[in-house]
Design a protein around this ligand. Sequence first.
Ligand SMILES: O=C(CO)[C@H](O)[C@H](O)COP(=O)(O)O
Ligand SMILES: [Co+2]
Length: 217
Amino acid sequence: MVKIAPSILSADFANLERDIRLVDEKGADYIHVDVMDGQFVPNITLGANIISAIRPVTDLVLDVHLMVVEPERFIEDFAKAGADIITVHAESTVHVHRAMQMIKATGKKAGVVINPGTPVSVIEPVLALADLVLIMTVNPGFGGQAFLPECLVKVEQLDKLRKEHGYTYEIEIDGGVDDKTAKSCVDAGADVLVAGSYVYNSPDVGERIQTLREVTK
Ligand SMILES: O=C(CO)[C@H](O)[C@H](O)COP(=O)(O)O
Ligand SMILES: [Co+2]
C-alpha cells in the first residue's frame, strides 16, 4: 500500500502539535517537514529547533526535506533533533555524495531529491547510497502549486533502475499530489506520496488521507 506523508507546510503553525496528532491518528505514515532557507528557494520555513519540538509529539517517521544551500552544514543538527529521513537536493551542493555519506554516518536514512528541471542521470552515481529518492513534481518553495505530470517519466526510470540494480530506495513524490494526480504517481512506481495542501486545506483530513488510499488502490 502507498505511504502517505502529509506536509506540515500547509498545517496551522500556531497549532502544529494538534495538526501533527490529527494526521497521526488518521493513519498517516510519515510526517513530511519542509526546511527552506530563503536562498535555495524563495521562502523561509523552519529549522532543527522545530524538529526537536515536534519529535515528542509523534512516533511517525519524520521525513525532513532540506531545501537549503550546502545542506552538509546542518545534517548533524537535524539528525540530533530527531529526523528519521534526511533528504538533500542534488542541486543544493557540489558534494551530494558526501552529504549522503554524512547522513548515513549519523545513523539516519539518506534521501536525495531533484527539481523538475534536473534529470535522473545526475543522481545515478548516488542511487546505491539512497534510502529514498524524492521526485519534485513542482518547483520547490511553496505548497499549493499545480502538479507537473512530465516529471513522472523520472519515477518510471527510477523504478526501472532499482529493479535492474537491486537498489532498495523508496520513491517519493512531492508537489501537487491530490485525488486527481495520486494514481498516476503510484502507477509510475511511487511508494510514498507527500501531500500538503490537499490534506490540510480541508476540515476533514482523515477523509483526505482515506481518499488518497482509495484512489491509488
Ligand atoms: O516541498 C514542498 C514545496 O517545496 C512541499 O512538500 C510540497 O509543495 C507540498 O505541498 P503541496 O502538496 O501543497 O504541493
Ligand atoms: Co517537501
